[in-house]
Ligand binder design. Structure first.
Ligand code: BTN
Length: 271
């Protein structure tokens, strides 16, 4: 765990950010096991809304459903502390706004039209470039809980260095370097993502406009009508994606025409 109190990166980011709360406090490491675990371990007094924990490189990056997230130098590995004043059941909307912010920031900076795969993957031409992981620190009270949104974006790296990502996932990985053909200024990228998260958070989430978040999410996804395989533990079902309901759950149509609701801890892959 190598903390960098004084880095050019941190200063550049602080100076360029035009947010009220996101990124106002930056905890920056050269090397860390996991920004997510670090953010979750902070005492409640230090868990201030908008604080970000970043690392140049993670040794034990954590993905969804207990997976490993390979995080070499050059990627964007960041966790954001959020203090939403709502029930933990709404966690999926935090995932949605994270993914939306990334898609819009990537469009702004690279002009690439990314697509969303439920609940949290950002894809370029069917390959995963970014994943969002939201954890809740349940030691605290139900309202004003501590949530941590982790963003892992394969930016200035080669996909060969993250090949392990493919061991337990059927979705192939890609990187911005490979898709854009050049490296991206990470300060500019993080600035854009944080500004968009703040926009969605303050304008939609805080005002409980969850249906608008769903609408915006759906506009950025091309999953609808596609055949998917859903697994949870040992259970496995197949069906066609029809919609997302008001709770943020994915709806799929099974062979017998019945509609099945899929919750966010399931794993969904295209058939
Ligand atoms: C996924 O499985 O799709 C989510 C991956 C989330 C990875 C990020 S990188 C920053 C933060 N720290 C971690 O250990 N994980 C998240």
């Amino acid at each position: 765990m190598i903390l960098l109190d004084d880095s050019d990166f941190k200063t550049k980011l602080s100076n360029s950010l035009k947010t009220n709360r996101m990124g106002k406090s930056i905890i920056f490491f050269k090397e860390l096991d996991s920004t997510q675990e670090y953010a979750l371990s902070l005492p409640i007094s230090k868990s201030i809304h908008g604080t970000i924990v970043m690392a140049i490189k993670q040794i034990m990056g954590k993905g969804r459903i207990g997976r490993t997230w390979i995080s070499p130098e050059g990627g964007l590995w960041m966790s954001i502390i959020l203090r939403p004043d709502f029930d933990v059941a709404n966690i999926i909307f935090i995932q949605f706004i994270g993914a939306l912010a990334v898609v819009n920031a990537l469009k702004e900076i690279t002009k690439i039209d990314c697509k969303l795969k439920w609940p949290n993957d950002v894809l370029i031409n069917g390959k995963k470039v970014c994943g969002i992981l939201v954890d809740v620190n349940l030691e605290n009270e139900i309202k004003n809980i501590v949530m941590v949104m982790g963003i892992g974006l394969n930016a200035n790296i080669d996909s060969s260095s993250i090949n392990n990502l493919l061991i337990n996932s059927s979705t192939k990985a890609t990187t911005l370097r490979e898709e854009v053909g050049t490296d991206i200024d990470l300060v500019y990228l993080i600035k854009s993502i944080l500004e968009k998260i703040e926009y969605y958070y303050d304008n939609l989430l805080a005002k409980n406009k969850t249906s608008e978040i769903i609408l915006r999410w759906k506009e950025k996804s091309n999953m609808f009508g596609k055949k998917v395989v859903v697994s949870y533990g040992n259970a496995r079902i197949m069906g066609e994606v029809t919609d997302i309901d008001q709770s943020g759950a994915l709806l799929i149509r099974l062979n017998d025409r019945s509609i099945k609701k899929i919750f966010y801890y399931s794993n969904v892959t295209f058939q």
